[in-house]
Design a protein. Structure first.
Length: 570
């Protein structure tokens, strides 16, 4: 969101960064204000938001304070003091214990002004603390590596704690019910554990166990792409299926109908990962797919999701409204849930009563009243919404608007002083409006209740090993780049591949079409204009479509043109 920085006077590091040409004055002032409000060290804020190069910031800070920058690549995790500083403090302050001499603990920090980190670590350890200046990007990588090496449960498969969690009841699995299987099939237990742990380590979002006539394969979906990782004997298929179903508290004797369950995997005393499990009877056995539900993904913060500044401001402004409806749309696996949870986390304060109806609730959020819909017992989205309206709500989230009844109740809530967030499965913002009309929702109600629509996709981020590439200007014009963009000049990158990434890509970034319902768009909705005309009007008012947003990510060097084409080209 835009900030009023006219009264900010830059001093210290912020002034040094401007003087060294790393930032312009306005960007430095905005960053200083945002970092202060977020209680984040300035350098960390700048690097996380891609406002400046981490190595340049480190060198500039070193010159300002008259110290040298230590290269963290010379330090191995096993050389660092174990269990000296609590993981929460390390994460909170982006600070890493390097070595200890007598009663002095040397702490790697990327921001020398982060005195609070040193003071809090000193208080918790009883040791004197000294700061050692390092590159912020290398520091965060080193922290991840250090904490992973300290987490013994990630390294020892036999110690991994797997416990079944019921989809609805929440009771723990009866240990006696699985003891025979665990004893008789210890190799299967270890194999399944290894597959799940490797999936978490590799950043996978889904795990597929797939039986065929003569073969069996396991695949991970990483950064949106499926990749085969294992091919066990087909003879093991029934045992693998039974083991996963026991962990998810499903009926192992029932192989004729699909089943749903959950697994909780404890990685350490403070961290656990949930898996949503679904079984499907196929010709040659049960295919099982596990969706990995990492709670940390719901708390990433809006700044790292990939919204452009103007899009982020529109989303934040809509969230600040006391009433109205925000719709997030896109295909399955496009990141809608993370966008919704991010908004809910921003709204999650002691002053608000927030309720969600989900199918199912993927990630538990403290302070949010989450409800799992269950159509078998008559608790659907519509029934949950009616109950919410009698519970003195401020904010309501509906997992998906699937039918006219749910849509009408959600719109009624949005019109009567409540903020409503929900999703639809459509391809663009304009199609979302016409889909609601086709459901039978009166156009007047849509125009007066919907305040913002976000259509989105997930594209793969280029790894730092990316290589520059040249593409002819006439090809760029055909791809959708404007002549103005081409004339300003930018570098196109292509994936290369290294030992730290998957084929040149590492992680994903959101690509968004964010459309605010203006007076003109509202009039067109009431006139029941087609999705084509609504999209044309949104373009005329300056709202970027998905393709334009994807090309902007290409210009920024975040992704490649090939990836932009994969996720947005018709």
């Amino acid at each position: 969101m835009a900030t009023n920085n006219s009264n900010v006077t830059l001093t210290g590091l912020a002034r040094r960064f401007v003087d060294d040409g790393l930032l312009d004055e306005a960007t430095a002032k905005d960053a200083f204000l945002q970092a202060s409000q977020n209680r984040t060290p300035l350098i960390t804020y700048l690097v996380q938001n891609n406002l400046a190069n981490s190595s340049g910031l480190a060198f500039s800070a070193a010159m300002e304070f008259g110290v040298s920058v230590l290269d963290l690549s010379s330090f191995l995790p096993e050389m660092m003091p174990e269990k000296t500083v609590d993981e929460k403090l390390i994460r909170k302050h982006n600070a890493l214990p390097l070595y200890k001499r007598g009663n002095r603990l040397f702490i790697a920090v990327s921001d020398p002004t982060n005195i609070q980190a040193l003071d809090e670590i000193k208080f918790n350890t009883g040791l004197s603390t000294d700061a050692v200046l390092v590159d912020d990007a290398k520091l965060r990588a080193a922290i991840d590596k250090y904490l992973e090496s300290q987490d013994t449960t990630m390294g020892d498969l036999d110690d991994a704690d797997l416990e079944g969690v019921e989809t609805e009841g929440g009771e723990q699995e009866d240990d006696g019910a699985v003891s025979t299987t665990e004893v008789d099939d210890a190799p299967i237990v270890k194999y399944v554990n290894k597959m799940l742990l490797d999936a978490i380590r590799g950043g996978a979002s889904d795990v597929h166990f797939e039986p065929y006539e003569k073969t069996y394969r396991v695949r991970y979906r990483t950064d949106g792409i499926l990749k085969e990782v294992s091919r066990p004997s087909i003879k093991l298929a029934p045992k693998i299926s039974a083991r996963v179903k026991i962990m998810a508290q499903l009926d192992i004797s029932e192989r004729r109908v699909p089943q749903d369950g959950r697994i909780k995997m404890k990685l350490s005393k403070t961290k656990a990962i949930d898996f949503r499990v679904n079984t499907l009877p196929t010709l040659w056995g049960e295919k099982i797919v596990l969706r990995i539900l990492d709670p940390s993904q719901a708390k990433l913060g809006i700044d790292v999701l990939g919204y452009e500044e103007d899009q982020k401001e529109m989303y934040m402004t809509a969230l600040e409204q006391p009433q109205g409806m925000i719709l997030v749309t896109g295909p399955t696996g496009s990141g809608k849930t993370v966008s919704l949870y991010t908004g809910i986390n921003i709204l999650n304060t002691h002053e608000r009563n927030i309720s969600t109806a989900e199918d199912p609730a993927e990630i538990n959020l403290e302070g949010i009243n989450q409800v799992n819909v269950n159509t078998r017992v008559g608790l659907g989205f519509a029934e949950a919404l009616r109950a919410f309206l009698r519970q003195d709500p401020d904010v309501i989230m509906v997992g998906e608007i699937r039918d006219l009844e749910t849509a009408n109740i959600a719109i009624k809530a949005a019109q009567t002083g409540h903020l409503v967030l929900s999703t639809l499965h459509t391809n663009s913002a304009a199609e979302t409006l016409t889909r609601m009309m086709n459901m039978g929702v009166p156009s007047f109600n849509i125009a007066t209740s919907v305040s913002l629509i976000i259509a989105q996709r997930l594209g793969r981020r280029l790894c730092s090993c990316k290589q520059a590439t040249d593409i002819p200007k006439d090809v760029l014009l055909k791809e959708g780049f404007t002549q103005e963009q081409i004339d300003t000049g930018f570098t196109l990158y292509r994936p290369k591949g290294c030992d730290k990434c998957n084929g040149g890509y590492k992680g994903r970034v959101g690509i968004y079409e964010v459309v605010k319902i203006t007076d003109e768009l509202a009039n067109m909705i009431m006139e029941e204009a087609s999705s084509i005309k609504i999209a044309q009007q949104a373009q005329a008012e300056g709202f970027r479509n998905l393709r334009q947003s994807a090309l902007l990510k290409v210009i920024e060097g975040v992704t490649s043109l090939e990836e932009a084409n994969r996720v947005t080209k018709d």
